[in-house]
Write a protein that binds this ligand. Structure first.
Ligand SMILES: [Fe+2]
Length: 453
């Protein structure tokens, strides 16, 4: 086996020192090669490619999409993908569902789950995906799946490809290595990795048993939200997104190609690693991002901005301003607003909200119950807000500048109603008392005391 890892990227040597093994930027026209001269210059499809490679284009958007959303990459590989294909057999997708999927009938109430235990049995990343909710229709390229994953073993001679959705992975426990066609990405809790649909990869468990969250995006590819009046900086900055340099495996060994396509999981026997891309260029590629580099912008005198101000990535829909998915972050920040109830307000939202917690305490739920590794669902137009502990503390707190520290919560927010899987409805991790947390709030109204309580 000739595995080339972490070769020096072409281009700026300074960038090489800052991010070894990665290229910086978001949606760039990247160029990278693991062997000198492997990347054809000035053309995409020469009559004969260097080193006897095959040229292959992967299109992440229609050929005719506008430039701002047009995504494609050219791959120069030992074998074209048609050679990594075969006679597929249907295999058990276990607890991984794809919309539209059969769902549990749930009352219109908020839901919350304890962390799902990591089992002792050997489970790969693909085998350990547990669908919590599905929304929309993958075949119509709209909606999403919100999943948890647990992984206790690395994928060896197993490779995976998802045609149904782009995968946004949020590790909560344990580091992972994604060996992808485009190169190697290492991630740990606090970071995310995004794998575009149709990109082959394998996942190694590199930091002990792993657990985290997965947003499977059936719709438009995640992109950076417009900053509008904020200007050219802050929120998620382009330079902090890292795409791997080319790295290939020249490995002839029996293996399995797993393909999720049309909502089903399929397997074919192959005789070599499909992670055989020696050089590539383009703007359709996997990337990672350290969530702690997010620069939040918020209210600095009084009151609240809507939480959309914390959007890291957005999957747009055809309706302007109405996201297929927003990936929203609640991380370390200063709270300084005067005469303001500082936690999130009580509200109802036509968008539905699936939340997770990587570490720390989420400021709207200080009474316990929302734990790292846990999850909550506040579905379409269901009322929600701070628990009684958070309300009482925040209503009576001295409003000196206060820093929220050591916290990392996030939300997968979608325009669609989220349907709850049978797994999510029936797991012992589902908290039975969460539906009525609002009833613990006290009535404070007194018609004879107009002054604030
Ligand atoms: Fe909300």
């Amino acid at each position: 086996m000739n595995q080339q890892t972490r070769p020096a990227p072409v281009g700026d040597p300074v960038a090489t020192q800052i991010h070894p093994g990665y290229l910086s930027g978001f949606g760039n026209g990247f160029e990278t090669e693991a062997l000198p001269g492997a990347l054809p210059i000035g053309r995409n499809s020469p009559q004969k490619c260097p080193y006897g490679l095959y040229a292959e284009q992967i299109s992440g958007s229609p050929f005719t999409a506008p430039r701002t959303t047009n995504e494609r990459s050219w791959l120069y590989r030992i074998r074209p993908t048609v050679m990594h294909w075969g006679a597929f057999r249907k295999v058990d997708a276990r607890l991984w569902l794809t919309a539209p999927a059969e769902a549990a009938e749930m009352p219109p109430a908020p839901l919350r789950w304890d962390p799902v235990p990591i089992p002792a049995e050997p489970l790969s990343f693909v085998e350990g995906i547990r669908t919590m909710t599905t929304a929309g229709d993958a075949g119509s390229q709209a909606g999403m799946g919100a999943h948890l994953y647990v992984a206790t073993r690395s994928m060896r001679d197993e490779y995976f490809y998802n045609a149904d959705g782009e995968m946004l992975v949020v590790p909560q426990q344990g580091a992972l290595r994604f060996r992808t066609e485009f190169g190697v990405i290492d991630v740990a809790p606090g970071e995310i990795v995004v794998i575009p649909r149709g990109v082959k990869f394998a996942v190694e468990v590199t930091g002990g048993p792993a657990r985290g969250y997965l947003c499977e995006n059936y719709g438009g590819a995640f992109t950076l939200p417009e900053r509008g009046l904020i200007g050219a900086n802050c929120l998620a900055n382009q330079r902090d997104f890292l795409t791997p340099v080319a790295s290939y495996e020249d490995r002839d060994a029996p293996g399995t190609m797993l393909v999720k396509w049309g909502g089903g999981l399929w397997a074919a026997d192959i005789a070599h690693s499909p992670l055989d891309v020696v050089a590539w260029h383009g703007n359709y590629a996997p990337y990672k991002y350290d969530l702690r580099k997010f620069s939040p912008v918020g209210p600095i005198l009084f009151d609240h901005a809507d939480p959309s101000i914390f959007t890291v990535l957005t999957s747009p829909s055809e309706t302007p301003g109405t996201a297929n998915i927003d990936f929203v972050l609640f991380s370390d920040r200063w709270l300084v607003a005067e005469n303001t109830f500082r936690p999130p307000w009580y509200h109802l939202n036509v968008m539905s909200e699936f939340m997770g917690l990587v570490y720390g305490v989420y400021d709207a739920k200080t009474g316990g119950g929302f734990q790292p590794g846990g999850a909550s669902l506040h579905n379409t137009l269901l009322p929600h807000g701070p628990d009684v502990d958070a309300f009482e503390k925040a209503s009576n707190a001295e409003l000196t500048p206060h820093k929220l520290e050591g916290t990392l919560a996030f939300m997968f927010e979608t325009r669609f109603l989220q349907k709850v899987s049978h797994f999510a409805a029936e797991t012992p991790a589902l908290q039975q008392d969460y539906a009525t947390y609002g009833r613990k709030l006290a009535k404070h109204f007194d018609p004879n005391r107009p002054e604030a309580r």
